[in-house]
Write a protein that binds this ligand. Structure first.
Ligand code: ZN
Length: 311
């Protein structure tokens, strides 16, 4: 079966492109997705089912998901902001659905014009939709602003626990803790993941979504790994700077995250050389995109040995 020690989900086609000004042509999105899948990336968040008039980048969501579903060995993921988006995603054949729920009330109101409680009620409606499917899709409750919020400031641990438990009760298959604005530090990461795990149960899957806005993305991923997290989101080239913070970098860089794990002997199942090559080709259609990361620029160390999978 799968010998991976960690599952890395590439979220660039969603989280990265969501903040990119120009439209990436559908053919370029497909080429990017298939190239990463061919490099061994096991899961890719391929689109968001938001109304195209809000984010025109995702006008081709149905087509991109159908294409991703056709790739052998790839587990496509989609994001949905509300019940309507969930209906669209299910009709388009989504198998794994991320639903962001802001722990910060201020962020929730500004993002989806709903209180956190209302957003959780919507999540329960989505769980009802999924329940009646013959082949049930997975529903992941993504707790955004779990480590802090640019509107509200600090976010209380008790609020994160309350939202995580409510999402589980509403029918979530997994929970993700997201550092949406890049405020987290490694100590906080360890503390919060431990606390949520304790509250929600040791066996319930919990995932991590970090941004590298303040340079701590990799440190936070390592901290989460050390307390047992085994599923991480990242974007190729760190695509996805925040439109409200010019120059601020985006998500954790996929190729740097893979390099960190592989050099530690942790199997990602990803061919790092091929992945770096994808970075060189995928963004030809987005010449103005700002790319981040170190390993693609510095090159692999002489004599670099990836984890056991390549042997
Ligand atoms: Zn994000």
């Amino acid at each position: 079966m799968d010998a991976r020690d960690v599952v890395i989900t590439e979220v660039g086609p969603r989280d990265g492109l969501q903040n990119t000004q120009s439209f990436m042509p559908t053919a370029a999105k497909k080429a990017w997705i298939s190239a990463e899948a061919a490099a061994g990336v096991p899961a890719i968040e391929v689109c968001s089912f938001v109304p195209a008039k809000l984010i025109p980048q995702f006008v081709d969501a149905e087509e991109v998901l159908a294409y991703a579903n056709s790739l052998a060995g790839l587990k496509p993921v989609v994001l949905v902001p509300n019940v309507k988006g969930c209906e669209r995603a299910l009709a388009a054949g989504a198998r794994r659905i991320m639903v962001p729920i802001s722990v910060s009330e201020a962020h929730s109101m500004s993002n989806v014009r709903k209180t956190t409680t209302q957003a959780i009620e919507d999540f329960a409606r989505m769980a009802d939709l999924v329940k009646v499917q013959a082949q049930r899709a997975q529903l992941v409750g993504a707790c955004s602003t779990a480590f802090g919020c640019s509107l509200q400031g600090a976010v209380a641990e008790a609020d994160v626990l309350r939202v995580a438990l409510a999402l589980r009760a509403a029918g979530a298959d997994a929970i993700s803790l997201a550092d949406t604005v890049g405020y987290a530090n490694p100590e906080q990461v360890k503390r919060l993941f431990r606390a949520v795990r304790k509250a929600i149960g040791e066996d319930f899957p919990i995932e991590a979504h970090f941004h590298n806005t303040r340079g701590l993305g990799l440190a936070n991923a390592l901290a989460a790994y050390e307390v047992g997290v085994r599923r991480f989101d990242s974007t190729l080239g760190g695509l996805g700077g925040c439109p409200f913070a010019p120059g601020a970098s985006g998500n954790v860089v996929t190729e740097d995250l893979v390099f960190m794990f592989e050099s530690m002997g942790v199997n990602t199942g990803i061919d790092l050389g091929k992945l770096i090559e994808v970075r060189r080709t995928a963004f030809a259609a987005l010449p103005e995109a700002e790319l981040y990361g170190h390993i693609a620029k510095a090159g692999l160390p002489k004599g670099f040995q990836p984890s056991a999978q390549a042997a």
